[in-house]
Design a protein around this ligand. Sequence first.
Ligand code: BTN
Length: 252
Amino acid sequence: MYKSPANTLFVGKNVVFVPECHSTNTLAAQLSQNSTVSEGTVVITRHQTAGRGQRGNTWHVQPGVNLTLSVMLTPGFLLIKDQFFLNIITSLAVRETLVELLSTPDISIKWPNDILVHEKKICGILIENQLAGSSIQTSIVGIGLNVNQENFELPNATSMLLQTNRQFELQAVFDLLMGKIEVHYMKLRQQKYSAEKHDYLKALYRRGEHHRFEAAGESFSGEIVGIDDAGRLAVSTGSEIEYFEVKQIRYL
Ligand code: BTN
């Protein structure tokens, strides 16, 4: 069970807790279709049996020890062309939560929105938007944050416990995260786009460094120089800047 945080106006005020579900994103989408739910409602579970990730991947974590949730937003003010800003504000909110709780600034955002601590993935984000005309009707912001998990099958995964050698109270992490999401979402409402993008770029993993990538079956060397307005990754290959969508490029 989770209580609604005391530090927010609407994000997390209505908490829908289910002990188990396939995917909180799927459940949130069903809720938004079948009923009127207030903005900021959070669907949260202790066990996801068919958690979904980016690029059609699955999201599988140990039950009961992590945060597995979806925040339901209705950003009618946001144009479809600006929808990547939802990824930006969510990444910044998670990053700030972790900077505060882990007391390390070495937390980066791997485009489009993986959160890494010392180069290991601690949080995955899956944002699914339902569009209506030229605006966004509902945005389901799915967050899987590894809190107290001790062992992972994947070598490049980590948790808050592994980073600090201590347990965290899930409710306290939830409260802080909801507060940060609300703060950044309000900035979006106030159209503080360039400040948010600036902070996102500052935290962007491997920006300004030369690395190898793979696209269209070929590997090449390039330097991440930023993102465009649509959220595509901008990579300089020396002679030109190329822009990539999520499924078009892989970090090597
Ligand atoms: C990724 O890194 O590929 C994104 C993972 C997103 C996982 C979260 S857990 C809560 C929400 N419900 C889902 O089915 N997925 C997201």
